[in-house]
Design a binder for this molecule. Structure first.
Ligand code: NAD
Length: 252
């Protein structure tokens, strides 16, 4: 591995889609800084990757401006460059408007929308120092359709899709491409927490491929958009959803 190996920072990388993304990047020769609010989970995740010379654990809350700045600086110091940022950390509250408290609303927006804003703001100048790179924001099919249960979550993801386009236009001048991946349902810890049996059955029946996605299937799309194979793609929202969006079906 040379000093110039491609380097990524993946947020929410202790488990789920973020961990699968970090693992695939490592397998493809990247160096990866894994950032997560769950310090113990992060340590376990990094240990399981068995690549101490190409990984870095960054315990951090993406909604904490000072913490994010310090984490990005630590990654830049350790690896000397940053070629990709994957804004994957997210939280889900599945509730209707009238049941959602202002605190729940604020926290979902802080993690899912302000987090990517802060991470991108800290990372873009570092990427620009070595000619640019790519940002991949993880949105959701919940940002493509309205539903009765996702007032905060769906709004945060729809706003992140727009932030993706804003960033794509603005950061092109720094050599940075920006895209989003909008996952359909994936059976991670998040989905286990918020998908009721009724939601689960509805997804299985209505999604054209009749199943949940796998973490690794999401990682493939994310790593593609983060790397040079996607060199002329910017400002796009790629649904990786088993045909959900194409079918025009409603969220359960
Ligand atoms: P997950 O809950 O399994 O993993 C999320 C990770 O983010 C966890 O390790 C958690 O500790 C971390 N995290 C949470 N808040 C954080 C914060 N403030 N700062 C830093 N890290 C934080 O979830 P997942 O299913 O792997 O989701 C990953 C992304 O994919 C999220 O943005 C989610 O909204 C999106 N997504 C998931 C699904 C799905 O069905 N699983 C569908 C659409 C979109």
């Amino acid at each position: 591995m040379t000093q110039d190996a491609r380097t990524a920072l993946v947020t929410g990388a202790a488990r789920g889609i973020g961990f699968a993304t970090a693992a695939l990047m490592l397998a493809e020769g990247w160096r990866v800084a894994l950032l997560d609010i769950d310090r113990e989970g992060l340590d376990r995740a990094v240990a399981s990757l068995e690549a101490p010379d190409r990984t870095l654990a960054l315990p951090c809350d993406v909604s904490d401006e000072a913490g994010v700045s310090a984490a990005v600086a630590e990654a830049a110091e350790r690896f000397g460059r940053l070629d990709a940022l994957v804004n994957n950390a997210g939280i889900a509250v599945f509730k209707p408007l009238l049941d959602t408290t202002p605190d729940e609303w604020a926290r979902v927006l802080a993690v899912n929308l302000t987090g990517p804003f802060l991470c991108s703001r800290a990372a873009a100048p570092v990427m620009a120092r070595t000619g640019g790179g790519a940002i991949v924001n993880i949105t959701s099919i919940s940002g493509l359709r309205a539903s009765t249960l996702r007032v905060a979550y769906g709004t945060s993801k729809a706003a992140l899709a727009h932030l993706t386009k804003q960033q794509a236009v603005e950061l092109a001048g720094l050599g940075i491409r920006v895209n989003a991946v909008a996952p359909g349902p994936v059976d991670t810890a998040m989905a286990k927490a918020v998908h009721s049996p009724a939601i689960r059955a509805d997804y299985h029946d209505t999604i054209p491929l009749n199943r949940y996605g796998l973490e690794e299937e999401l990682a493939q799309a994310i790593v593609f958009l983060a790397g040079p194979r996607a060199s002329y793609i910017s400002g796009q929202i790629l649904a990786v959803d088993g045909g959900f969006d194409a079918a025009g079906i409603g969220l359960p």
